[in-house]
Write a new protein. Structure first.
Length: 113
């Protein structure tokens, strides 16, 4: 059972890191107010973006591992904590400051878990 909880929290971590990696690539690929096919290809072939996609796959696989033992509602609740991972990691990597509302939401999420 402990391994299932580790897998569920690993899933949350993988999803959170993946979101930040994909955002790093998207920010590099911003070309203005219009959609550009070349810009889309550039982002889609960027190493951090591909790493983020890979981590999304790892997170999904870890959620399947957790679901072998834990009930669905527990795995969903734990994987939802990836939002907190994303906010905290974005503050470190991207230099964005979490708002009071985001910090309050993370606190409520932690209490819920």
């Amino acid at each position: 059972m402990h391994f299932a909880y580790l897998a569920a929290f690993g899933c949350a971590a993988a999803y959170g890191v993946a979101s930040v990696l994909q955002d790093v690539s998207a920010r590099k690929g911003q070309g203005g107010d219009h959609l550009d096919a070349r810009g889309l290809v550039k982002v889609a072939t960027d190493v951090p973006y591909l790493g983020g996609l890979g981590l999304d796959g790892v997170g999904w696989a870890l959620s399947l591992v957790a679901l072998q033992t834990l009930p669905l509602f527990a795995v969903q609740a734990i994987s939802a904590s990836s939002i907190a991972v994303t906010v905290l990691l974005a503050a470190i990597v991207l230099g964005s400051r979490p708002t009071k509302r985001q910090l309050l939401a993370m606190g409520v999420l932690a209490l819920g878990l």
